[in-house]
Design a protein around this ligand. Structure first.
Ligand SMILES: Nc1ncnc2c1ncn2[C@@H]1O[C@H](COP(=O)(O)OP(=O)(O)OP(=O)(O)O)[C@@H](O)[C@H]1O
Ligand SMILES: Nc1ccn([C@@H]2O[C@H](COP(=O)(O)O)[C@@H](O)[C@H]2O)c(=O)n1
Ligand SMILES: [Mg+2]
Length: 238
């Protein structure tokens, strides 16, 4: 039933299999059609028969432009943007039960335990009315990914995974000039975050590449240039 759009194959990094797109299924957007397909199979977890959203994971190193491009995707395609980092930072400002632990972890450039992050993502999905989500900065580790899959059960596979591929020196430069007062935007923590990206996030990215759902996007150039690359992915899914 599903066929891959051949012109997009260059965006997929060595998939063993691929989500198959239906170029003819214009009308309802492909994410609405897919949501229904998945919901028929869904056995519980975050999603149900009645509700199985179209999920895009947005991955990339610190400063690769995930948040920036997510804002553009939201404007153009109407997704709801859930940044795992923003959800965690909100817990710090709300002085919640886990706030101090989260602050300490983020300041060290380490990864917060999966159950904490997934609970926040789950709550945000459940309280949103939209059925199309960009989940930015998650899963960050194989442990994040496996924990998420356990909770979501059938239908846990993201529909798309975007990976913003960017040289480390570009990412470091962007992070250090971000100037938003983030506790982790300093050279020592950035080094730790890059280490975590290499050792923990790249295996997740490889996993999705092997599953055939990964769209690797060149994260260099201007915001507009990068968004044109992103458009090529989403326009093929409409
Ligand atoms: N293409 C670009 N060229 C120059 N600067 C950019 C570009 N894209 C984003 N930036 C800037 O770089 C900084 C980091 O971008 P952004 O916050 O989108 O990255 P991120 O991947 O979400 O990072 P993090 O993982 O640290 O949250 C921001 O100040 C943003 O304005
Ligand atoms: N799945 C995640 C996502 C983020 N974190 C922590 O938050 C920091 C900032 O994340 P950004 O995506 O906003 O860069 C990150 O360095 C981690 O400390 C996490 O633990 N788990
Ligand atoms: Mg971000």
């Amino acid at each position: 039933m599903w066929r891959r759009v051949t012109s997009l194959s260059h965006l997929l990094s060595s998939p063993k299999s691929s989500p198959q797109l239906t170029p003819t299924s214009y009308g309802p957007k492909i994410w609405e059609t897919l949501s229904t397909e998945v919901s028929k199979k869904s056995g519980g977890g975050i999603f149900s028969k009645e509700r199985s959203p179209f999920i895009t994971f947005v991955l990339g190193g610190p400063g690769s432009g995930k948040g920036t491009q997510c804002s553009r995707i939201v404007e153009t395609y109407g997704f709801t943007h859930l940044s795992a980092g923003d959800l965690l930072r909100k817990e710090i400002t709300m002085n919640s039960e886990n706030g101090a632990m989260i602050l300490d972890t983020i300041a060290k450039g380490k990864i917060v335990p999966s159950e904490v992050t997934i609970k926040l993502i789950r709550k945000a999905i459940e309280s949103a009315e939209n059925d199309k989500f960009l989940i930015d900065g998650f899963p960050r580790t194989e442990e994040n990914r496996i924990a998420y899959e356990r909770i979501v059960q059938i239908g846990a596979e993201p529909n798309i995974v975007l990976f913003f591929d960017c040289p480390e020196e570009v990412m470091v430069k962007r992070v250090l000039s971000r100037n938003e007062g983030r506790v982790d935007d300093n050279i020592d923590t950035v080094k730790e975050r890059l280490k975590a990206f290499r050792s923990l996030n790249l295996p997740v990215i490889n996993h999705y590449s092997n599953k055939g759902v990964l769209y690797k996007i060149d994260g260099t150039g201007t915001e507009d240039e990068i968004f044109e690359r992103v458009r090529a992915v989403f326009d093929a899914w409409k």
